[in-house]
Unconditional design. Structure first.
Length: 252
């Protein structure tokens, strides 16, 4: 484990080679690691008016982050699950995608990787656009429907309004549409041949491939949580809202 002084004197390229996560932390502070591979962290921090101790604290914080287990999420009510998924959406859009876009658009690839990077610079922005559209769709339709179903369950709508809501966008149709997006990174995976690189590949490419693979893994986990936890809970909520609605209509 490096001391703070060792960190400050170390070259940015060496720090990132030791731990690729450090590239993300630098990006968080507005520093592109590939611009300063042979400069010390101390010098780079001075240029960007960042305290190296802040960087180290942030790196330690990232290393200690723990995601809730599937069991934790299953045991929580649906609104906690939705809040968690929204938080992940925010993280994807505000941190991970900008970081990947920054590397893809910013690095100066070696001639061997130039054609691949040219393709990636066309493909990745399209992927980002589609992905953000998918997130907005999910939040405005599925998450909104869950919220409305909860409101029906808590008697916040008139019978007529409840009928209109229950007839619109049933959860099983939203689930079918969701499955279309389950392998969003297929094109990028094929282009990078399953993120395979030779051992002597440049650090920039190693970090890029590692981050792309990491992001795909996160998306797989995210989709699994939605498919195996969120949708079954939403179906159950819809079923309960319908049951309560039928009970009320019989009384009337």
């Amino acid at each position: 484990m490096r001391t703070e002084g060792d960190f400050e004197k170390a070259l940015v390229g060496d720090l990132v080679s030791e731990n690729y996560v450090f590239a993300s932390v630098l990006h968080y502070f507005g520093i592109s690691f590939y611009q300063y591979p042979t400069e010390s962290l101390e010098m780079v921090c001075k240029k960007h008016r960042v305290h190296s101790s802040q960087l180290i604290t942030e790196l330690e914080s990232w290393a200690q982050r723990k995601e809730p287990t599937t069991e934790d999420l299953y045991l929580n009510p649906i609104e906690i699950l939705v809040a968690y998924l929204k938080k992940k959406h925010y993280y994807f859009v505000r941190q991970e995608l900008p970081f990947l876009s920054n590397i893809i658009s910013g690095i100066d690839p070696e001639p061997k990787f130039a054609p691949l990077m040219a393709d990636l610079r066309i493909m990745f922005p399209l992927f980002v656009e589609d992905f953000i559209h998918h997130i907005h769709e999910e939040e405005s339709r599925l998450f909104k429907r869950i919220e409305l179903l909860q409101d029906i369950e808590e008697n916040r709508f008139s019978l007529n309004d409840a009928i209109t809501i229950l007839e619109r966008d049933p959860v099983h149709l939203l689930a079918d549409q969701h499955e279309v997006h389950d392998d969003e990174m297929e094109g990028i995976r094929k282009l990078t041949v399953d993120y395979s690189l030779e051992a002597d590949a440049p650090l920039t490419m190693k970090v890029l491939y590692h981050e792309l693979q990491n992001f795909e893994q996160e998306l797989r986990i995210h989709a699994k949580i939605e498919d195996e936890l969120l949708f079954p809970k939403a179906v159950e909520l819809e079923r309960e809202a319908l049951r309560q609605f039928k009970k009320k209509t019989r009384k009337n």
